[in-house]
Design a protein around this ligand. Structure first.
Ligand code: 13P
Ligand code: SF4
Length: 358
């Protein structure tokens, strides 16, 4: 059964570039997937593996998706990766169908880069608060008001928003791209994540005008509660995704994209880690270093809403059940207007070329 959570986009203001204004999206209810027995799970995985082979399809999964999906992607020759690597994998694979387990912008990016391939997703309604909080028309008007700025958008945006950008970045490459543009003397307009934008601004000193979007998952991590838990675990290293607020980032030993945080668990000598990102990432971290202790950073306390509680409600819309369903029905296919695609490809290609040069 395909459970469709109710989304309730609730912009606080139509003018996200106004100082102090916010553009906040409320998290939808996380879907409840009926528990599968071990035998049911195995049978379903076998059926999915057969369907993938029959259809010349591969799974491209993000680290925040369900452990069964990540495992199946690895077992069937697909990939589990951060959003930059997911974008790259699609064109490196010879498969004619990409089944993207993640959120909508990841499927759209795969289609923009590989227009000749069929791109399916278990549920096209799996979006992202950053994407929803950056409507293309309001964003275009924002850009029009600041024609002197180079437009940098996070990958977590729609195709239309990317089509308006000069550069697309993911969290793993946001810092070097910003350093480079700042070095070229460019002033930037940054969207949609204010926390990531603020972080790269502080690290590079670049002149950045921020759109006021945020991730409903990472915004729940609380600096004062993290400070308390760090005192209880002085041996632990703190790993933080840059979508988290500044007072959480300030306490980090490592700030990085999902894959960079996973690598830190393998590389640092610490016996334990406090992790401020979606807890779906624990599956890969445990595989890499089963002897290490992983503690999710606190989301509770003053100001907490616990709407997301360290697990993205849109990522949770991917499950074995609807993955099998989409492979049978072939619905939930990403389609993109060819003209908009051409415009959106340019800033993505710029990022991929930059990443290659790195
Ligand atoms: P990564 O690019 O680090 O995988 O992040 C994607 C994302 O949506 C994090 O919330
Ligand atoms: Fe978007 Fe946040 Fe979910 Fe990542 S975790 S997909 S940024 S809502």
């Amino acid at each position: 059964m395909n459970v469709m959570p109710t989304t309730s986009p609730a912009p606080v203001t139509d003018h996200p570039d106004e100082p102090g204004a916010e553009y906040r999206i409320r998290a939808p209810k996380r879907p409840h997937w009926p528990e599968l027995s071990g035998a049911e799970k195995d049978a379903r995985k076998k059926r999915i593996a057969r369907l993938l082979a029959e259809q010349d399809a591969v799974l491209v999964a993000h680290y925040y998706t369900d452990a069964d999906l990540q495992e199946l992607a690895e077992e069937t020759g697909g990939c589990v990766a951060d959003s930059l690597e997911m974008a790259r994998f699609g064109s490196e694979s010879s498969a004619s169908t990409l089944v993207v387990c993640g959120v909508r912008f990841m499927g759209e990016t795969a289609k923009i880069i590989n227009p000749e391939k069929r791109v399916l997703m278990p549920d096209l309604a799996a979006t992202c608060s950053l994407d929803e909080g950056c409507p293309a028309d309001t964003f275009a008007a924002f850009c029009d008001r600041h024609p002197d700025r180079t437009v940098v958008v996070y990958a977590n945006t729609s195709t239309q928003v990317k089509a308006r950008a000069d550069w697309v970045v993911t969290s793993s490459i946001a810092l070097p791209v910003t350093k480079y543009l700042h070095g070229q003397g460019e002033k930037l307009l940054w969207a949609p994540d204010k926390h990531l934008g603020h972080y790269v601004q502080r690290m590079t000193g670049a002149d950045i005008l921020l759109w006021q979007g945020s991730c409903v998952v990472h915004e729940e991590f609380k600096g004062f509660a993290l400070d308390r838990i760090r005192r209880l675990h002085p041996e632990a290293a703190v790993l933080v995704h840059p979508e988290a607020p500044a007072d959480v980032i300030d306490q980090a030993d490592v700030v990085g994209s999902t894959v960079q945080l996973i690598n830190a668990v393998g590389q640092l000598p610490n016996p334990s880690f406090i992790v401020a990102t979606d807890e779906g990432i624990f599956w890969k971290m445990r595989r890499l270093a089963p002897e290490k202790k992983l503690i999710i950073a606190p989301t509770a306390g003053v100001g907490a809403t616990c709407e997301s509680c360290a697990h993205c409600p849109w990522m949770a819309m991917n499950a074995l059940q609807n993955l099998e369903q989409v492979l049978r029905a072939g619905d939930q296919e990403i389609r993109i207007d060819p003209e908009i695609r051409e415009h959106a490809l340019r800033p993505i290609q710029r990022m991929l070329d930059f990443a290659r040069r790195q």
